[in-house]
Design a protein around this ligand. Structure first.
Ligand code: PEP
Ligand code: MN
Length: 338
């Protein structure tokens, strides 16, 4: 159930409603937006008489939520979520975020060169995998924590934030000092134990869509994290597996407006994994921004063809710079900044 409070509801009134909701047997999640406070009651609500809540002082209206996700649904924060980072950078809202970097951190020179390029292009986030979920156990698995340390150093030198994939619970703690945004990869979208644990971590999470996941399943995975009290989630469309073989995955651009309709969470697009082909990355990145994406996540490398992983979909640095220039024009055309 969702209880929307009136604009001028007092703290006393809000607490009284929270108390009544808890008495009715639900967990209460509170969000205070720019205009009003919204209280989501999560748990068994089928037998709760909503009219009791409608007449409590300060209540504007009460809704029963029929979708299986309550906190990730749009009604919890009708105005949309803006995830704010320690340095003031935001994802969601007017600005379109640019996140770029190699698929895998390889060495010091590589990551420092890329960090400088991301900054010069106007990007805000340096991406790079230190723990890589490779399809083959014999492929490069990443540098682990020492790689992450390198990326963190490179990012800070250029006032960038870091985004990197966490594959298991035991990695969360050692990754914390070097990670501004935890990426949950497509293969782990339904690793519910990992999601629960990230619900306890006080760091934002970039949640990628699984290769065969419906949008409802993606939102239910976000719900797992939110149920733990971590509301700073960014959804990511990264392509899904279809019968089409001319691209690595099929980039589902329509997921962007659908997710915006269903959820208040920001939506980022990853056209690198979405297509698997360097030449297809710029058109899909542009389409995503035109469709309302709140950010773009792309793989770049100074020597893209020789990248240790995902070389075929990795952009050269000059291609990335050109792309960001084009994205800026599109962002402006759809009322955004970049
Ligand atoms: C990645 O970002 O390098 C990655 C492995 O992504 P995904 O989980 O979407 O395959
Ligand atoms: Mn990759």
């Amino acid at each position: 159930m969702i209880v929307s409070m009136q604009e001028r509801a007092t703290e006393e009134q809000i607490y009284a409603v929270i108390e009544r909701m808890e008495e009715a047997g639900v967990d209460v999640h509170r969000t205070t937006g720019t205009v009003q406070t919204i209280l989501a009651g999560v748990g068994p609500t089928a037998n709760i008489d909503l009219s009791v809540f409608e007449v409590l002082p300060g209540v504007l209206n009460v809704l029963r939520i029929s979708s299986p996700y309550k906190l990730a649904g749009r009604a919890f924060r009708p105005e949309g979520t803006v995830v704010e980072f320690a340095n003031g950078v935001k994802i969601g809202g007017e600005h379109v975020a640019v996140m770029a970097g190699p698929c895998a951190i390889e060495n010091r020179e590589q990551i420092f060169t890329i960090a400088a390029c991301v900054k010069a292009a106007g990007g805000g986030f340096l991406r790079g995998g230190a723990f890589k979920p490779r399809s083959s156990p014999y492929a490069f698995q990443g540098l682990g924590i020492p790689g992450l340390q390198l990326m963190h150093e490179a990012a800070r030198e250029h006032s960038l934030l870091t985004v990197t994939e966490v594959m298991e619970i035991a990695q969360i703690e050692p990754m914390l000092p070097f990670t501004d945004l935890f990426q949950v990869g497509a293969r782990n979208m339904q690793n519910f134990n990992l999601l629960r644990e990230l619900g306890q971590a006080r760091k934002p999470v970039l949640l990628k869509r699984g290769i065969s996941a419906t949008l409802e399943e993606l939102l239910l995975s976000a719900e797992y994290i939110m149920a733990g009290g971590n509301y700073d989630i960014i959804l990511c469309e990264r392509g899904i597996r279809t019968y089409e073989t001319s691209t690595r995955n099929t980039m589902d651009i329509s997921a962007i407006p659908v997710l915006h309709k269903l959820s208040h969470l920001p939506v980022v697009a990853d056209p690198s994994h979405g297509t698997g082909r360097r030449d297809m990355v710029p058109p899909m990145a542009k389409a995503a921004v035109a469709a309302g994406a709140d950010g773009i996540l792309v793989e770049i490398h100074p020597n893209a063809d020789k990248a240790a992983s995902d070389a075929a979909q990795t952009l050269y640095l000059d291609q990335f710079e050109k792309l960001v220039g084009e994205l800026r024009v599109i962002a402006q055309a759809v009322g955004r900044t970049l």
